[in-house]
Design a protein. Structure first.
Length: 321
């Protein structure tokens, strides 16, 4: 059995959103999601056996209860009784709506499984990662992935080479951690929003249409679906009791700027997650121009340019990068 293992993964950004759980205990999604694994941002972990489970993220010890279900399930699947001491690092803001939990749990699943001496297939890793965070089941795979409603594992649809000239501009409006976790916010929405059931009912149709547009690499068709999905997801949050509001003035400024750019003929489409950051999909040929306009008009906003990335990698010893 190796003494130490490492893994690295990239975050999974949903084009069509998962929001709400059909089974809280097993962390199963109520809606399907279609996502892209993003280059440019990394979560890295190193794992050794310990006397209890422990996660240190960017130098800070994390509350154990957030990880219990994940570790217990990992032990069950691998048939081991060992405990895991995890050191993790993100090279981007954590818990700020940049999907750090997706890449973090995907990397943890791979590195911890490797420490048990087993080589698990990716779909099993995807199921383990899901217990930490639904979106992590997608981040195990590179390129474009689908997580069906109530599914235990994500499905890889297309590798990162499928659409190499798609870009995502990650616009950092505020780097601090969010006040309400996506887990809590989803539950509050499910329990209190009168629009929640309509959202769940409509999501499969939107996902099917988006998968078709993706197959054609047709951003003019996919973009409006990306926009509908996040706007409908937020409509359920705005209508929760009490309402959940992740948006900041800077978020809205970017949304309006995207609209203005579309009117000028650029196919640029925004999405948001559980945080104030805005992510813009556009063709690679337009990404420099969009970035320049963003930086000129909204100088306070930091922009990271990402594209399709590969899935999780792992190995023995310390992480080579
Ligand atoms: O899997 P979680 O708990 O990180 O929730 C993901 C929720 C969204 O980012 C808003 C949507 C998604 O599908 O990634």
């Amino acid at each position: 059995m190796p003494e130490k293992t490492w893994a690295m993964a990239h975050p999974s950004l949903a084009l069509i959103k998962y929001w709400g759980k059909s089974d809280k205990e097993r962390n199963l999604p109520a809606t399907p999601s279609l996502a892209l694994t993003l280059s440019g941002l990394h979560s890295k972990v190193e794992v050794q056996a310990g006397s209890s489970d422990q996660v240190i993220l960017d130098g800070k010890e994390q509350p154990q209860e957030r990880y219990q279900l994940f570790f217990d399930n990992l032990r069950r699947v691998t048939g081991t009784s060992m405990y895991f001491r995890v050191q993790a690092w993100n090279d981007f803001p954590t818990a700020a709506g940049l999907a750090s939990s997706s890449s973090g749990f995907a990397a943890m699943a791979a590195a911890c499984a490797a420490l048990t001496g087993q080589t698990l297939p990716l779909d099993i890793l995807s199921g383990i990662a899901r217990l930490g965070s639904g979106s992590a089941s997608r981040a195990v795979y590179g390129g474009f992935t689908l997580l069906e409603a109530r599914a235990q594992t994500a499905t890889p649809l297309r590798g990162p080479e499928f659409w190499p000239d798609l870009r995502v501009l990650l616009c950092l409006v505020e780097a601090g951690p969010k006040a309400v976790s996506s887990r809590e916010a989803m539950e509050q929405t499910r329990l209190t929003s009168p629009y929640y059931s309509a959202w769940v009912e409509d999501a499969p149709r939107l996902t099917r249409q988006a998968c078709e547009a993706l197959e054609q690499k047709d951003l003019d068709r996919l973009g409006p679906l990306i926009r509908l999905s996040y706007q409908r997801m937020f409509a359920t949050m705005f209508s929760a009791d009490p309402p959940i509001l992740y948006w900041k003035p800077g978020s809205l400024e970017i949304i309006h700027l995207a609209e203005e750019l579309r009117r000028s003929g650029i196919s640029v489409w925004e999405t948001m997650d559980a945080g104030p950051q805005v992510k813009l999909f556009c063709p690679a040929a337009d990404s420099d121009r969009v970035r320049q306009i963003l930086e000129q008009r909204l100088p306070a906003i930091r922009v990271i340019v990402a594209g399709p990335a590969p899935g999780v990698r792992w190995g023995q010893g310390s992480c080579p990068v």
